[in-house]
Ligand binder design. Structure first.
Ligand SMILES: Nc1nc2c(ncn2[C@@H]2O[C@H](COP(=O)(O)OP(=O)(O)OP(=O)(O)O)[C@@H](O)[C@H]2O)c(=O)[nH]1
Ligand SMILES: [Mg+2]
Length: 366
């Protein structure tokens, strides 16, 4: 499946960031199984209401890439349904937005019943929001008065069917979540808990495996993990020992589609409803600073910003010495580990241990 990737931007602001997010779009496309023939940033003076990127630019792309021979074009920006239709008519191939691509990956990777329901809900809500937009576009064309056209009647039917299915799924999800919460509560009783949180592909599952020898899915793909996995972790300082439950979670991404955040909110909240968060960072990613910000923002969005965090830079085996020293200087309180070589994992274990021991002491002294 051959695709062309486009990011259409109005200003020439921060070309580096444009490049990084295009690189991420490319990773997303690869994860979904597409072959990327080319990726480019298209600069425009202003958004064209009909085709978004403007008919001239579009024609250039169609001629240069023979888009009719491609399986699709994936666009970083959120085009309206009518803009997508216009581009499709001109390019003679399917056009998809980044949101749709992410939804597709989630659908591909969902394994448990609960994840499957959550993904379908997110997809349907996205479709519904697009249909609502379509209705508005239509009524604008009609000037707001007059008879209902056949197209609009169909829209009404589609909308009603979507809403019905959304309602059924929401009920199913509520039931499944309740069961999950109860099971987890039982498990968590009298147990210390930690969550591994971070940008997608940071190495959260690898760390869980390295720390607990759990058999979890690790892939060089975005959103490999959609279901939360919990494992036991034994920590000791030679005298005293304690058991901690450590949970792997779904990764975060910049501009995570709103409907996905909504659908996964309860799972995420459940997963991070712990005493401690280990925020895992891919230390060799060129945009690691933005990735840290995105994770903090998402934690805020789900109401988990108050939970104490340990910042943990992973993949240090790939870092050159200079960068490593620089990072250590910039983040003096952070931990620097490698899930692959297991470097510094004992120090991380010690930090987790100390966190709970300290808390225990302060609790008993109150
Ligand atoms: N060199 C190196 N590679 C690592 C390290 N940790 C993880 N990786 C690789 O990074 C990729 C992503 O690892 P995962 O553990 O699946 O990452 P994740 O954060 O769970 O990703 P998602 O579940 O997709 O959000 C895999 O190819 C791992 O082999 C590390 O310390 N060093
Ligand atoms: Mg994972």
């Amino acid at each position: 499946m051959k695709v062309l990737l486009l990011s259409v931007v109005e200003h020439r602001s921060s070309p580096l960031l444009q490049q990084v997010s295009l690189e991420e779009l490319s990773e997303l496309a690869r994860t979904a199984g597409y072959e990327v023939v080319d990726k480019l940033v298209v600069f425009i003076r202003s958004i064209d209401p009909k085709t978004y990127l403007g008919i001239g630019k579009l024609q250039e792309l169609v001629d240069f890439y023979h888009t009719e021979e491609l399986d699709g074009i994936i666009i970083q920006q959120e085009l309206s349904p009518s803009q997508i239709k216009s581009v499709e008519e001109k390019a003679l191939c399917k056009v998809m937005t980044r949101t749709e691509l992410i939804l597709q990956i989630f659908a591909l990777h969902a394994r448990t019943k609960i994840a499957k329901i959550q993904v379908e809900l997110a997809q349907l809500n996205y479709m519904l929001s697009r249909l609502v937009g379509k209705g508005e576009e239509m009524s604008r064309i009609r000037g707001g008065i007059g008879m209902r056209g056949p197209g609009e009647q169909q829209l009404e039917i589609d909308r009603r069917l979507l809403r019905k299915r959304i309602h059924t799924l929401t009920e199913q999800l509520k039931k499944a979540e309740k069961g999950m919460q109860e099971r987890r509560k039982k498990r968590r009783k009298h147990q210390y808990s930690v969550a591994l949180v971070g940008y997608t592909n940071a190495g959260k599952s690898s760390l869980l495996q390295a720390l607990t020898h759990a058999d979890v899915l690790i892939e060089d793909k975005l959103f490999a993990t959609l279901d939360t996995t919990s494992r036991r972790l034994w920590l000791t300082d030679g005298n005293q020992s304690l058991q901690v439950v450590i949970t792997d979670t779904v990764g975060f991404i910049q501009d995570l589609p709103h409907t996905l955040v909504e659908s996964f909110r309860s799972t995420l909240l459940e997963a991070v409803d712990t005493e401690l968060i280990i925020h895992v960072v891919n230390s060799v990613h060129p945009a690691y600073v933005q990735q840290i910000e995105t994770v903090q923002k998402t934690l805020q969005e789900i109401g988990a910003e108050h939970i104490p965090q340990i910042l943990c830079f992973n993949k240090i085996d790939l870092l050159d010495t200079e960068l490593y020293l620089q990072l250590r200087q910039n983040f003096p309180k952070a931990y620097f580990v490698s899930a692959t070589t297991k470097e510094n994992l004992p120090i991380l274990r010690e930090a987790i241990y100390n966190f709970f021991i300290k808390r225990e002491k302060s609790n008993s002294s109150v």
